[in-house]
Design a protein around this ligand. Structure first.
Ligand SMILES: NC(=O)c1ccc[n+]([C@@H]2O[C@H](COP(=O)([O-])OP(=O)(O)OC[C@H]3O[C@@H](n4cnc5c(N)ncnc54)[C@H](O)[C@@H]3O)[C@@H](O)[C@H]2O)c1
Length: 299
C-alpha cells in the first residue's frame, strides 16, 4: 500500500508522550522519518527523574515497527537547542518537510495569584518555542526550495478563555495569530501553516481525579483516544490538504472541524451615530452575535 508521507521528514516536539507520541507513531507508519523531540519534564515543566528520556522510548517503538526515527532531548524554548533540533533533521535525514510544534506545559493558577514565573514558563515553552522553531523551519524551507508544513498547537481555551488558565490561553491565542501570519507570508514559498487544537486523554488528564468531562473511566479513555488528533494531523500535513493553510482545526475523537473567530454583522457608524444608537443596536442583538456563533459551544 502506498504510504502517504513516503520520503518526508518531520520534527515533532514534545513527542515523548501524549498527543505528540501519537503523532510520531502515525506519521512514521506512513513512511515519514521523524525527529522525536522531548525534554522529559513534568506536566508543569519541572525536571523529571534524572536519566528519563521519553523520546528514546518512542524512537524504539517506531524502529521496532520498521520506521525511521531519531531522538532529541532539547528544550524548545532555548534558541540554541531549537537550532540543534532542526540541524538534527538535516544531519540524520537530509532535510526537513514538516514541523509540528506540540511540546507543552500547563500551570493552572487563579489570575490574581499567577506569578511571573508561572506566566513566563508557559509563554516560553508554547509561544517562544513555537516562534523559534517555526522561524528556523521557515528559513530552511525557503533555502530547500520545495515548501513545507508548519503545525502549531493551540487549544479551545484560546478561543473562549478558561478560569485558572490566563497564561495558557494567552499563549495559545497568540499561536493562532502567529500561524495565520506565517501562512500568509509562506504562500509564495509553498509553505503551509496550520493550527491544531487537539483534545485527548493524556497524562495531564490522568493526573486529575476528575476532569471537566467527568471521572477518568475506560469509557472516557476511548471517547478521548488520541487516534483522532493523529488522523487529523496526518491529513493536514499530507498533500491531500495541499490547499489548506492559515486555518485552525479542532481535533478530538468526538469531532474534527475547523474553528474560527467571527465578526457579527454590526452597524456602520456615521458622524451622526450616538452612544445610544450603539446601545439600541446591542439590545437588538445586531452589534453582538445573535446566536449564530458561540465560542462557549465549541466542542
Ligand atoms: N491533551 C489535550 O486534551 C490537549 C488539549 C488542548 C491542547 N493540548 C496541547 O497539545 C500539546 C500536547 O499535550 P499533551 O496533552 O500530549 O501533554 P503531555 O504533557 O502528555 O506531553 C507534552 C510533552 O511535551 C514535553 N515538553 C514540555 N516542555 C518541553 C520543552 N520545553 N521542550 C521539549 N519538550 C517539552 C513534555 O516532556 C511532554 O512529554 C500541548 O501543546 C498541549 O497544550 C492538549
Amino acid at each position: 500500500m502506498t504510504q502517504l508521507l513516503n520520503g518526508k521528514v518531520a520534527l515533532i516536539t514534545g513527542a515523548g508522550g501524549g498527543v505528540g507520541r501519537a503523532y510520531a507513531l502515525l506519521l512514521a507508519s506512513e513512511g515519514c522519518a521523524v525527529v522525536v523531540n522531548d525534554l522529559s519534564v513534568t506536566p508543569e515543566g519541572e525536571a523529571a527523574e534524572p536519566g528519563a528520556h521519553l523520546a528514546d522510548n518512542v524512537v524504539a517503538e517506531i524502529r521496532a515497527a520498521g520506521g525511521l526515527a531519531t531522538a532529541d532531548h532539547g528544550d524548545v524554548s532555548d534558541p540554541e537547542q531549537a537550532r540543534a533540533m532542526v540541524a538534527r533533521a538535516v544531519n540524520e535525514f537530509g532535510k526537513l518537510d514538516i514541523l509540528v510544534n506540540n511540546a507543552g506545559i500547563f500551570r493552572e493558577r487563579p489570575f490574581a495569584e499567577m506569578s511571573w514565573d508561572d506566566w513566563t514558563a508557559i509563554i516560553d515553552v508554547h509561544l517562544h518555542g513555537s516562534f523559534l522553531l517555526s522561524q528556523m523551519a521557515f528559513q530552511l524551507f525557503v533555502e530547500q526550495g520545495h515548501g513545507g508544513v508548519i503545525v502549531n498547537t493551540a487549544s479551545r481555551t484560546a478561543l473562549r478563555g478558561k478560569e485558572l488558565q490566563a497564561n495558557y490561553a494567552a499563549a495559545k491565542g497568540a499561536l493562532i495569530s502567529l500561524t495565520q501570519t506565517i501562512a500568509l507570508e509562506g504562500k509564495t514559498h509553498d509553505i503551509r501553516a496550520i493550527t491544531i487544537c487537539p483534545r485527548g486523554l493524556t497524562r495531564g488528564w490522568e493526573n486529575a481525579a476528575i476532569t471537566s468531562a467527568g471521572p477518568i473511566t475506560d469509557e472516557l479513555r476511548s471517547r478521548f483516544s488520541l487516534d483522532a488528533p493523529a488522523l487529523a494531523l496526518l491529513f493536514l500535513v499530507s498533500d491531500l490538504a495541499a490547499d489548506i493553510t492559515g486555518r485552525t482545526f479542532f481535533a478530538s475523537a468526538e469531532r474534527i472541524s475547523e474553528v474560527r473567530w467571527e465578526q457579527a454583522l454590526g452597524l456602520n457608524p456615521t458622524s451622526e451615530t450616538t452612544v445610544h444608537d450603539l446601545a439600541l443596536s446591542a439590545a437588538r442583538n445586531e452589534l453582538t452575535y445573535s446566536g449564530a456563533f458561540d465560542a462557549n459551544r465549541i466542542s
